[in-house]
Structure formats: structure tokens, C-alpha cells
Design a protein around this ligand. Structure first.
Ligand code: ATP
Ligand code: MG
Ligand code: MG
Length: 428
């Protein structure tokens, strides 16, 4: 049988003539939540078709009608193959996907409707997805690449777990973190162990999963940097480009706000965070945007917490703050291997704050906050509401608001206090 190698970069050339030739590149997306929805919002004006593999009516499909979507789970190999057979390149909005089938599609190929076996590029690489799925392995990889991470150790499974928890205490002292190696998000799968009295609870809550322990990091602040990674056909990294350093504020392990720039952090520290983030992403494989979550310690030291190989909550602000190349546009351009000669990711505003909207106790709990975005006008500040088309459930991310101002002098935090107050009221 014939093998056709579909190369994203040769396609980029081909599609640069798409206006005259009428050929629209099709990007296959595993997962159709809010990140997929915002990717589709960016893709429309750029002339890309996005075929989404997820449930019917998911947030990304709601705003993106085409006949190439696949209904089903992005963990189902047959469905991923079906999606790939319709696409020029595959990407993801979530890292918890089936990497075996992605490896098969990228290296051996997928059967197209006409019976040919055709390789479809996967970006970021299945290799990166497989590595970051295991948070312990991910950080061991970063350590080997010379990137600073918190001390960590793998924990024994089953009957071996209690003894290895004691060993973790001997290594790290209390408190320390126990984390599920795989599948976690928004802190689900994390357990702060304050003393031996918590051991039984950890075993009960997480004992069935592969776990690791991590030294507690008494950070001053959490930082994040989005990085664009480009790569040539041979798989060599051809560039890493970072967006501004932002501060991320978590409440109950869920991101509440993102501030650009971070509060009271020297420009040199922000630049250092960008450098660390670039080193981290250089050590991975494939094209696209990546989030690097970091801890900033009191003494100015930076440690990497984890990487998300995709657009990320901490990069939502780029839609308005870096409008000519938001993290979503960048993802589309990078995976299609469209790389400008020079990339300048400077923001078009002096300050931005992103505020997440989490579902409240009742389905309509967030209505008042939404009304505020329509009525509360503060001179010099722009307010951008994003609702994701998701049913509201307590604690679920259902939207976000980005505030921007061109002024470096405005107290943006004070300006948006009524909105934050409303978010706090919704949590009660
Ligand atoms: P995400 O939704 O970002 O994928 P996650 O479930 O993978 O989250 P982590 O990023 O490991 O979880 O941790 C969530 C939050 O818990 C961090 O942002 C930080 O606030 C806190 N945290 C994690 N590890 C540590 C640590 N070693 N010391 C102190 N706090 C920590
Ligand atoms: Mg995570
Ligand atoms: Mg995290």
C-alpha cells in the first residue's frame, strides 16, 4: 500500500495559496471544551476548519459548524483514527489522551476513506503528551535537562505505600505533597500531608493510583509563561518564543486570577522566568504553545511546577492583550508551521487581569457577575466577557473575564474589586 507523508510545513506553503485554490486546511482537535472553543474562535477568521472529536454539543462544536466533527471520546482509539483520516494535522486541548494511537497515526499512518495509509502529523508530539501525562516522569525529565524542580520521590504502590509515605516524611519533613502521577487537574489528585495522622486518609483517597511525593514549596507567588515552540521536519527545535510572565493566583488549587504583569516582581525575575520556561519547552518535542507553571520563592529562586502542552488558562489574557497573536492563533500557526521571520509577543496593554468564573451553588449564580460586565464601566479599563457554553455546576470553569488597561498607573486590582467580590460571594 502507498504511504503518503502529510507534512504540516509543505501544507503551509500549499495553503498560503488557499484563497485562490480554495483549499482549507483541516485541523483535527482532540477535546472540545473551552480551550477548543477559543481555538475555533481564532481559527474562523484565519480560514482553518477545525474537526473536533468530543461529544455532540460540546463547547467547541457549538460555535463551529462543519461536517468533519467526530462524536465520541478522545480516549477511544477508533474515534481518534476516524478523526485523523479527515485531517491534515492533529492537535489536542487536553493532555489526558490516548498517546498509543497518536504514535501509530504519526509514525505508521491512518487508513483514509480511499484506502490509502497516510501519516498525519501530531502536534505537540505524542512523545511530549506521553511524558507530561506522568507528572513525576515529566519533572525527572526536566531535572535531567538542568531545570530546577522541587525534590520528589516515587511512592510505592499497594502494601508498600505506608512505608514509602514514612520515607517521604524522612526526606522532606511535614508538610509534603502527595500527587497522583496521572490524570489530575485543578488539584484533584493532590493531597497535602500535614502529619502522620494524614497517612491513612491519603491511602484511602489516592491509594489505588500510582503516586509520588513532592517537597512542600513555601512559594511567595506562582508564575506562568506561555511559550511557542517551532520545529522543522527533522524534529529539531527551531525556536522558542515566550509571552510575558504572569502571576497566577490559586484558591483551593483552582486558578482564580491571572495578573500581567505580576505584582511587585522585578523585571529581571520576570525575564528569568521566561528563560526557564524556554529551557523547559526546548527539552520537549513538537510544535505549538505550552504553559509552564512555576513557583517563585522568597529569595527570587524559580522552580518549575508542571507543563501543560497546549493553550492554558494562564494564557487566556493574550486574546485581548496580545491580539495579533493570541495563544490560540499561535497554536494554529505553530502546528501548521507558519512561523513569522520575527516574533514579537509584547502586549498591547500595560496591565491585564483575567478572572475565572466558576459555577456557583445554583445554575444562575453567575448571572449577577455577567450583568456587572455589562453595566460596570470604569473609564480607561476594558472588560471582556467569555462564556463557554457549559452547563453551570458548582466549582466548574464556565467562563472568564479579562480586564485590560493601557495605563501603567491605574490600580487595576482596585478597579475590578466589585467583580472579584461577586466571584467570592458566588463561592459561599
Ligand atoms: P492543573 O489544573 O494546573 O493541571 P494539577 O491538578 O496538575 O493542576 P498542580 O499544578 O500539581 O495540580 O498543583 C495545584 C496547585 O497546588 C499549584 O498551582 C499550587 O498552588 C499548589 N501546589 C502544588 N504543588 C505544591 C507544592 N509542592 N508545594 C506547595 N504548593 C503546591
Ligand atoms: Mg496539571
Ligand atoms: Mg498545575
Amino acid at each position: 500500500c502507498r504511504v503518503i507523508v502529510a507534512s504540516a510545513s509543505s501544507r503551509a506553503l500549499e495553503y498560503s495559496h488557499s484563497a485562490t485554490m480554495g483549499k482549507t486546511p483541516v485541523i483535527g482537535l482532540l477535546g472540545g471544551g473551552q480551550l477548543g472553543r477559543m481555538l475555533c474562535e481564532a481559527a474562523g477568521p484565519l480560514g482553518y476548519d477545525i474537526a473536533v472529536l468530543d461529544e455532540a454539543g460540546c463547547p467547541a462544536k457549538q460555535i463551529n459548524a462543519n461536517d468533519k466533527h467526530v462524536t465520541g471520546s478522545f480516549k477511544d482509539a477508533a474515534k481518534v483514527r476516524e478523526l485523523a483520516s479527515r485531517c491534515d494535522v492533529l492537535t489536542v486541548e487536553i493532555e489526558h489522551v490516548n498517546t498509543e494511537v497518536l504514535e501509530e497515526i504519526a509514525t505508521k499512518g491512518v487508513r483514509t476513506p480511499s484506502g490509502e495509509l497516510r501519516r498525519v502529523p501530531v502536534h505537540p508530539s505524542w512523545r511530549t503528551l506521553r511524558l507530561v501525562q506522568d507528572k513525576y516522569a515529566q519533572k525527572e525529565h526536566f531535572r535531567a535537562a538542568g531545570v530546577p524542580i522541587a525534590p520528589q520521590m516515587a511512592l510505592g504502590e499497594g502494601e508498600l505505600l505506608p512505608a514509602s509515605l514514612k520515607e517521604a516524611y524522612q526526606n522532606f519533613g511535614f508538610p509534603f505533597m502527595v500527587k497522583a502521577r496521572k490524570g489530575s487537574y485543578d488539584g484533584r489528585g493532590n493531597f497535602k500531608v500535614n502529619g502522620p495522622e494524614d497517612f491513612e486518609e491519603v491511602v484511602k483517597a489516592l491509594g489505588k493510583l500510582p503516586l509520588y511525593a513532592e517537597k512542600w514549596v513555601p512559594f511567595a507567588m506562582e508564575l506562568a509563561v506561555m511559550v511557542i515552540r517551532t520545529e522543522n521536519e527533522a524534529g529539531d527545535c527551531t525556536g522558542v518564543y515566550s509571552y510575558p510572565t504572569v502571576e497566577t493566583v490559586h484558591e483551593d488549587d483552582v486558578c482564580k486570577t491571572v495578573l500581567m504583569p505580576p505584582r511587585k516582581v522585578d523585571a529581571a525575575v520576570c525575564a528569568q522566568a521566561q528563560n526557564v520556561a524556554q529551557d523547559v519547552i526546548r527539552s520537549l518535542w513538537g510544535r505549538g504553545v505550552f504553559a509552564v507553571e512555576m513557583f517563585l520563592l522568597q529569595d527570587g529562586t524559580i522552580m518549575v511546577n508542571e507543563v501543560a502542552p497546549r493553550p492554558h488558562n494562564s494564557g487566556h489574557y493574550t486574546i485581548e492583550a496580545v491580539p495579533y497573536l493570541s495563544q490560540y492563533k499561535a497554536q494554529l500557526h505553530a502546528i501548521m508551521d507558519i512561523v513569522p521571520k520575527a516574533m514579537q509577543l509584547a502586549p498591547r496593554c500595560s496591565q491585564a487581569i483575567m478572572l475565572n468564573i466558576l459555577g456557583g451553588a445554583a445554575p444562575e449564580s453567575h448571572d449577577k457577575l455577567v450583568r456587572l460586565t455589562e453595566t460596570e464601566y470604569v473609564g480607561g479599563t476594558d472588560t471582556y466577557l467569555h462564556l463557554y457554553g457549559k452547563a453551570s455546576k458548582p466549582g466548574r470553569k464556565i467562563g472568564h473575564i479579562t480586564f485590560t488597561t493601557p495605563s501603567a498607573d491605574v490600580d487595576l486590582e482596585a478597579t475590578i474589586a466589585p467583580f472579584v467580590n461577586e466571584v467570592d460571594l458566588m463561592r459561599q
